[in-house]
Design a protein around this ligand. Structure first.
Ligand SMILES: [Zn+2]
Length: 405
């Protein structure tokens, strides 16, 4: 093997992103623990980097000493029960800090210096369910009962960058039963507001535009983002409010402001737009409709509302299409490859902790693929295969050891 990709990855994690620092700062609520928090968390993080599908699989790897070269000689590693117990009482802020530091470092390393879409740094938010199970549950679980079966799950909203460059999970926020509205859209909107507020506290200059789906097409969301200093793009569906119905009617009477032939993936795109005011929103807004004629002659349309009054129509079109990215490259990938749907462990802080670790692993992998390997690989699966091969061939070297304090 010409180069060991696992060695490359470890060096990248240690030397560029200084993962040791964050791991060594982690703490948890165990009394007299045998293993430090970092020692417990590191195998889990590598497990997610290597796309484990269950904690059993991780336990086999630990028992087979597959991670032993990453620790100083003679270090005994925790078994899966100790890992579960630690995750339930871990200090979540420490994990949040690791992800924040990753994102901050990537900004410092100029990952987003040219934005992600036509010079703008664009993020998307989407709600999703995590860790569904008919067997395991905890007191924080949401429930869905059909006949005699009760399905337990958690839900939340995730924010990630979309467009060019690595797709980084910038933050996520859990739905809190009791605090967030029971109705699906209203509940998620609340979670989304909390998410963007907390992200703006830690990364105040990163985001130019946030794109979200139709549940956020209202004055509550638009005003919330404007107060934070971020521009908004939201999808519009057919059942929206009165001022929007008027804007739609108005646009239907006008001529297209632009027509694009042979736009990537479409035979023709006709663009319509108008400016309107929404109840309870001070500033005027822009309503844009893209009437799409697909290559198979099928016709569909995308409608949006935005606060970006001067943004080029092509850029708006790119952004609204990139919104699909968050579903394709983040959620589908995380669900099919990283076990986001798999129930790892419920109870205490474990759900949130596992989510942080999955997102941290995903961010490291995205940065490693895009920045360090510059798209040498066609699929992430191929990358994982080579990483596993590298892990098996790994020789003990002091510089590759994650030292704990
Ligand atoms: Zn639960």
């Amino acid at each position: 093997m010409r180069q060991n990709y696992f060695v490359k990855l470890v060096r990248y994690m240690k030397n560029v992103y200084h993962l040791e620092r964050g791991l060594n700062k982690l703490s948890d609520g165990r009394v007299n623990p045998t293993f430090s928090t970092g020692q417990v968390i590191l195998p889990v993080l590598f497990g997610f980097l290597l796309r484990i599908k269950s904690f059993n699989e991780l336990n086999f790897m630990i028992k087979n000493n597959e991670f032993s070269k990453l620790f100083s000689r003679g270090t005994k590693l925790p078994q899966v029960d100790a890992i579960r117990d630690t995750l339930k009482v871990i200090d979540i802020d420490g994990l949040n800090q690791i992800n924040q530091d990753l994102v901050k470092k990537s900004v410092e390393n100029k990952v987003f210096v040219n934005g992600t879409i036509d010079g703008y740094t664009v993020v998307a938010i989407d709600g999703t369910k995590f860790f569904g199970s008919n067997k395991k549950s905890c007191s924080e679980c949401l429930k869905n009962t059909k006949g005699k079966t009760t399905h337990f799950f958690h839900s939340g909203a995730v924010m990630s960058t979309v467009g060019m460059g690595p797709k980084l999970v910038i933050g996520f926020e859990m739905y809190k039963p009791g605090q967030d509205a029971v109705s699906k859209d209203e509940g998620e909107l609340n979670v989304g507001k909390r998410l963007i507020s907390s992200v703006m506290k830690s990364h105040n200059k990163l985001i130019d535009v946030v794109v979200y789906d139709a549940l956020a097409c209202n004055s509550i969301w638009i005003n919330h983002c404007k107060n934070l200093g971020i521009d908004v793009i939201v999808r519009v569906k057919n059942n929206n409010n009165k001022s929007l119905r008027l804007a739609k009617k108005m646009v239907n009477k006008t001529e297209a402001v632009d027509v694009w032939e042979d736009e990537k993936g479409f035979e023709k795109v006709e663009v319509y737009e108008s400016t309107f005011t929404m109840d309870n929103v001070e500033q005027p807004l822009r309503f844009v409709k893209f009437a799409l004629k697909h290559n198979d002659k099928k016709r569909t349309q995308i409608m949006m509302v935005t606060t970006c009054m001067n943004m080029a129509l092509k850029t708006l079109f790119k952004i609204i299409r990139a919104r699909w990215d968050i579903e394709n490259s983040i959620f589908n990938n995380l669900k099919s490859e990283c076990g986001l749907e798999h129930c790892f462990v419920h109870g205490g802080k474990a759900v949130e902790a596992v989510l942080y670790l999955i997102f941290i692993a995903s961010n490291i992998m995205q940065l490693f693929l895009v920045r360090r390997l510059k798209k040498h690989f066609t699929t992430q699966r191929e990358m994982v295969r080579l990483l596993l091969k590298g892990l098996y061939l790994l020789k003990f070297k002091a510089e590759l050891v994650f030292s704990s304090v």
